[in-house]
Design a protein. Structure first.
Length: 167
């Protein structure tokens, strides 16, 4: 679990491409995430096309740095399938899967940053149009992935005052 205490948001990447084996390992980790009722509502768009990455970087005022990432993963969730018994939990399910992406990428020596776009419809719709997903899928986030061109130390965020024991 060293990645939990090592991972930071990396916003600068080298030009080195992320190997397909590492991309698959990251996506395996994402799909290993728990989900409400085991509904597994996720689908993932893997973007390496520089023009598409450039367009995605403009969908949020906070995503500009992603324009130089060699890889973007867009986690999406299904909305119209009968197997989704717990539709209200899809964004929670995608949060867990996205965190798995971040942790596995770190374990593989890669850097990431999670740019949230859900639940804002204008950002979700802009991303959906760029990646070409149909209306039964909702884009959840833009995750930039690449070999880090910067080093950051994770902050210690532990705060005892936020722990409440009930004996």
């Amino acid at each position: 679990m060293n990645s939990i205490f090592h991972r930071t948001s990396i916003r600068r990447y080298t030009e080195q491409k992320v190997e397909k084996e590492k991309i698959e390992q990251i996506l395996r980790a994402a799909m290993a995430a728990p989900s409400a009722g085991n509904q597994q509502p996720w689908e993932f768009y893997v973007v390496t096309d520089p023009e598409t990455i450039q367009k995605l970087s403009q969908t949020s005022p906070y995503a500009g740095f992603t324009k130089d990432a060699p890889l973007i993963i867009v986690p999406c969730y299904r909305t119209k399938e009968e197997q989704l018994r717990h539709k209200a939990y899809c964004e929670i399910d995608l949060s867990i899967a996205t965190e798995h992406i971040l942790l596995e990428a770190d374990a593989l020596g890669l850097g990431t940053t999670w740019c949230g776009i859900a639940p804002l419809p204008e950002r979700m719709n802009a991303v959906a149009e760029i990646i070409g997903c149909d209306e039964s899928l909702k884009p959840f986030a833009i995750v930039s992935v690449g070999y880090p061109a910067e080093e950051k130390k994770q902050q210690d965020r532990f705060d005892e005052t936020r722990i409440h024991y009930i004996d």
